[in-house]
Design a protein around this ligand. Structure first.
Ligand code: PLP
Length: 383
């Protein structure tokens, strides 16, 4: 079969060697005579998979002991609500339920906008909670295409702030924070890393919560990883009634197995973590990702028919979005891509254009092929 160059933004991009290993183990995992899918989540064998996955994640990200790792369900979208409930409750536990509380959101693309909208919705019947947009790129510049400059940020009073939220990599708009935003160290920083999880080293100590859907960089859809500082985990069962499945304390007390966990997805994440460890860990993958995205942006900037809508210092290393000079050329470019087996290059339906998602598992040669095609297209169509 001809190689397929899959530039899709998701659900998942999984290293070929990981898929092959899963294939070998599919029918008979570790001589159990059963598939991982068929193992009891309470069995010793699955317990070992879970423990190994956690410890590999801890090693890769150098996660300190005062942080817990939770495997949750409902995708990253469910965390939009869970973050709000858990961290507002933690702040209320610290300062009292009748005190004013702010939750701060950087809005740099459609995912952080959705997270912020959910907080706005959930806070409607909580008169003491105010949702603050620290900086909304679209309001400031008319579009999502950059991380707003620090002098535009309007952070709330740290004493009152339950958390500051941002999306480290906006998958749809191709906007990534080059650095962790500097906020008052007293305020827990929350990051949605769904689409750049484990693409580079991260200093976990700077965060209250890091979370992300595993799909894209870590495994199939179905499991969401949450890394949470222990002091932020409070018992939601004791406060106003909130959904139990969103309660970090319940997840923690039950080792992420309050209900049936997505066992196969967790197993696949485990295999991907082993692949990362074998490939130089996060510093190793960071170098590769910088090289892969660097050469693609270089081609976009060099070739006159291609344009990046994202400010250079905010360009994503995972989701490279670009346009051609006319909609007709864009259509023709995408069609030619399909003919060359370059699939899922079309930009998100809300923004159009072209998007090359080049997650950890994307071989560098596939990006070289895309650049070759861009150069060929330029030679054929430029005046
Ligand atoms: N956050 C980001 C950055 C995403 O890219 C996505 C999905 O693509 C989500 C959140 C929502 O994730 P889910 O579909 O797992 O709810």
């Amino acid at each position: 079969m001809e190689p397929v160059y899959n530039f899709g933004a998701g659900p998942a991009k999984i290293p070929e060697s990981v898929l092959k290993r899963a294939q070998v183990e599919l029918l008979n995992y570790g001589n159990t005579g059963m598939s991982v899918m068929e193992l009891s989540h309470r069995s010793k064998t699955f317990g070992e998979i879970l423990a190994r996955t956690k410890s590999n994640l801890r090693n890769l990200l150098d996660i300190p002991d005062n942080y817990e790792i939770l495997f949750m369900q409902g995708g990253a979208t469910t965390q939009f609500s869970a973050i709000f409930y858990n961290l507002v409750a933690a702040k209320q536990a610290a300062i009292g339920e009748d005190k004013d509380i702010a939750v701060d959101y950087f809005v740099t693309g459609s995912w952080s906008n959705k997270a912020c909208q959910e907080a706005e919705r959930l806070s409607q019947d909580m008169p003491h909670v105010r949702v603050n947009r620290v900086a909304d790129a679209k309001k400031l510049t008319g579009k999502y295409g950059q991380v707003p400059a620090q002098d535009t940020w309007q952070l709330s009073d740290p004493e009152q702030t339950a958390y500051v939220y941002y999306c480290d990599n906006e998958t749809v708009h191709g906007v990534e924070f080059a650095n962790v935003p500097e906020v008052d160290p007293r305020v827990p920083l929350v990051a949605d890393m769904s689409s750049n999880f484990l693409s580079r080293p991260v200093d976990v100590k700077k965060f209250g919560v890091i979370y992300g859907g595993a799909q894209k960089n870590l495994g199939p859809a179905g499991v969401t990883l949450v890394i949470v500082r222990k002091d932020l985990v409070v018992d939601l069962k004791k406060g106003p009634l909130r959904p139990l499945m969103l309660d970090y304390q319940t997840m923690l007390d039950n080792d992420s197995m309050y209900n049936t966990p997505p066992t196969f997805a967790i197993y696949m994440v485990g295999l991907t973590l082993e692949w990362l460890l074998e490939h130089g860990g996060l510093t190793g993958i960071q170098v590769v990702n910088a090289r892969k995205s660097g050469k693609l942006y270089d081609a976009i900037d060099r070739l006159s028919l291609f344009k990046s809508p994202v400010q250079p210092d905010s360009r994503s290393k995972m989701n490279v979005v670009f346009n051609l000079t006319t909609p007709e050329l864009e259509k023709e470019f995408l069609k030619g891509g399909e003919e060359r087996n370059m699939v899922q290059l079309k930009g998100h339906r809300s923004v159009g254009g072209v998007r090359a998602s080049i997650y950890n598992a994307m071989p560098e040669e596939h990006i070289d092929k895309l650049i070759e095609y861009m150069e060929e297209f330029q030679n054929q169509h430029a005046a």
